[in-house]
Ligand binder design. Structure first.
Ligand code: NAP
Length: 334
């Protein structure tokens, strides 16, 4: 069985902490190279994490003929440039969320994948956890009745003032960093695209949203409310309110290795759906590897990422105008 030879573009924290080990543990991939803007950093990183090759520039990784796929965990403002360059070098790309700074960037990246005949996917790993599939099964089977309300939260407290998330020129902000999960899970559960967005934010002195609360209106009247923050105690939950029952999901996006649960409540009855635990990063990496090896479509296209960003574009426009309702433009036009 051929294995995908992966290269990592940068020595980012999320690579070190989650995705690099997931690639190294994957059944259909191996981590063969890392690149950094700094040659010494690349060498130290490679030696510490048992990566055979290191490159002192991102370009050198793109030129490496022994690399099939590149994982890009760069600051958000650099996703477009390096994804398109990697695709144009004939590499497949798994890029961190959010795929682009807006819907237009996601579309441009999708076009680059199409013209090069290469795979591209946004690394929203929670979608590969079996609990997400279980939740969707509960919703789609009608077990909750008709879903009418979705509420989600992703907040945490940033401690380092030099973090990329606080820098507007790098695509920082709470909505870009963690609110994008709330938007994603809301659209996924709704199984539709929102038509209108409203949001309110508080801004850091540097000009990114520190806290943002928003609402997305879907065509059938379902409303998804959410809040996200870079300066609040950690909370990470979502719930789906249906006409017959509701479902609550805690540790919503980072459930860890244990067996996570979904609580289904109906009046006084509560059913605990316990789901198999797994490394969702590894599941994502293996899915992407299989799509390359079998030449099958990735489960989540650049068009899907563009739709997420179309909602985020509208939410930001609303937040910047004090909560004015803003239509969400269809992703192909946004
Ligand atoms: N899916 C998830 O669970 C998850 C979790 C956290 C973050 N993320 C996403 O992953 C991406 C990276 O986040 P992170 O927290 O891992 O970032 P990070 O630790 O700050 O790493 C970003 C890397 O980008 C490179 N870089 C290139 N230009 C840079 C610049 N101007 N300023 C700073 N770094 C620059 C640096 O690597 P070199 O110096 O080696 O070139 C740096 O190590 C973001 O898109 C974020 O949204 C995803």
């Amino acid at each position: 069985v051929r294995r995908i030879r992966w290269g990592i573009l940068s020595t980012a924290n999320i690579g070190r902490a989650a995705v690099n080990p997931a690639i190294q543990a994957s059944a259909n991939g191996e981590l063969v190279a890392v690149a950094s803007r700094d040659g010494d950093r690349a060498r130290e990183f490679a030696s510490k994490w048992s990566i055979p090759k290191h490159h002192g520039s991102y370009e050198a990784l793109l030129e490496d003929p022994e690399v099939d796929a590149i994982y890009i965990p760069l600051p958000n403002s650099l996703h477009l440039e390096w994804t398109v360059r990697a695709l144009d070098h004939g590499k497949h790309v798994l890029c961190e969320k959010p795929l682009g700074l807006n819907a237009q960037e996601c579309r441009t990246m999708g076009q680059a994948a199409d013209r090069n005949g290469r795979k591209l996917m946004e690394a929203f790993m929670y979608r590969f956890h079996p609990r997400t599939a279980k939740l969707l099964e509960l919703v789609r089977s009608g077990a909750l009745g008709k879903p009418r309300s979705i509420r989600s939260t992703f907040t945490f407290r940033l401690t380092r003032p030099d973090n990329i998330r606080l820098r507007p020129e790098l695509g920082g902000g709470a909505l870009m960093d963690v609110g994008c999960y709330c938007v994603n899970v809301s659209r996924t559960v709704a199984g539709a695209e929102p038509v209108e967005a409203q949001a309110w934010a508080t801004w850091t002195p540097s000009g990114v949203d520190a806290e943002l609360s928003g609402a997305l209106l879907f065509p059938d009247g379902l409303v998804a409310r959410f809040d996200c923050a870079l300066d609040l105690e950690r909370r990470e939950v979502y719930e789906v309110g249906g006409t017959d029952a509701c479902a609550m999901v805690e540790a919503a996006f980072l459930p860890g290795p244990g067996r996570p649960v979904i609580l289904e409540r109906r009046g006084r009855d509560e059913v605990r759906h316990e789901v198999e635990g797994l490394d969702q990063y590894r599941a994502m990496v293996e899915h992407f590897g299989s799509a390359i090896l079998d030449d099958t479509p990735v489960r989540y296209s650049a068009q899907e990422a563009a739709a997420n960003m179309a909602a985020i574009d509208a939410l930001y426009e609303s937040a910047r105008t004090g909560g004015r309702p803003v239509p969400v433009r269809p992703a192909r036009e946004a």
